[in-house]
Design a protein around this ligand. Structure first.
Ligand SMILES: C[S@@+](CC[C@H](N)C(=O)[O-])C[C@H]1O[C@@H](n2cnc3c(N)ncnc32)[C@H](O)[C@@H]1O
Length: 232
């Protein structure tokens, strides 16, 4: 299955069958004031600057609803969720209350990671954390395949406009990061409820996994259909 679905995450997740997804790999909006609208072709400015800026309580209530739905649609399997340096500590207990079991934290590092706006800038951020969690008891990670010696720190440059991969929006994840995560994660069907330009879909096509990816911006859904050239 290769499904790229455009629409509101809660509405679309509500249409998916329970217990069908093996892996969820995603980074939701971090509520740090980033605009995810595509840039205006003429001005190159984002069309809207006020989204991703909800009052904290409202944001985390929404986050909880989304991941409760993710939990429902997953069978026994693995969850990878990124969040901001502060948000990760709020996300973890919410996900645990839903039923996910925390396994470990993974660090994504890149020399060209920009500090988030809400960072107090005491230390320049050169990493993001990813929560690695499970629902139930899935098949163990693939750790015995030749050449797959991955560590909990993954170094992958953040896509830039002059990279083959291109940068289409401010929070885009590198394919190398998702490839590293998904390559050793058993499971056929991958869900990304916040797909944007389709980093997850692209990685799944490369790894020959099935996927369902969701985003509410039609332009990003269109991009997710196209293969992204990138340096393997
Ligand atoms: C942090 S970005 C995901 C980036 C993606 N992992 C990548 O590598 O390109 C979050 C995405 O969530 C989408 N989004 C935000 N709110 C949404 C909603 N209510 N329903 C569906 N998509 C939503 C935004 O359009 C944005 O593309």
């Amino acid at each position: 299955m290769q499904a790229i679905i455009c629409g509101d995450v809660l509405r679309i997740l509500g249409t998916l069958k329970s217990g069908t997804v093996d892996i969820c790999c995603t980074d939701p909006p971090y509520n740090v004031g980033i605009s995810y609208n595509p840039r205006n072709k003429n001005t190159h400015k984002h069309q809207c600057r006020n989204e991703d800026n909800l009052p904290e309580e409202k944001y985390w209530a929404w986050f909880k609803k989304v991941f409760a739905e993710v939990y429902r649609v997953m069978g026994p399997g693995y969850l990878y969720v990124s969040h901001s340096h502060a948000g990760i500590y709020q996300a973890k207990p919410i996900l645990e209350n839903i039923g996910f079991r925390y396994i470990q934290g993974i660090i994504w590092t890149a020399k060209n990671l920009p500090p988030f706006r809400k960072c107090n800038r005491l230390w320049m951020l050169l990493h993001e954390q990813i929560l690695f969690m499970t629902k139930g008891t899935p098949v163990p990670l693939i750790t015995n395949q030749k050449g797959l010696h991955f560590t909990s720190i993954i170094n992958a440059a953040r896509p830039q406009t002059n990279y083959k991969e291109k940068r289409m929006h401010p929070a885009q994840k590198p394919i190398k990061l998702y490839k590293t995560l998904l390559q050793r994660t058993p499971g056929r069907l991958v869900l990304d409820p916040f797909s944007c330009r389709g980093t997850t879909a692209q990685t799944c096509r490369y790894l020959k996994k099935d996927y369902i990816v969701i985003d509410r911006v039609p332009e990003y859904c269109k991009m997710a259909h196209q293969d992204i050239p990138w340096k393997k």
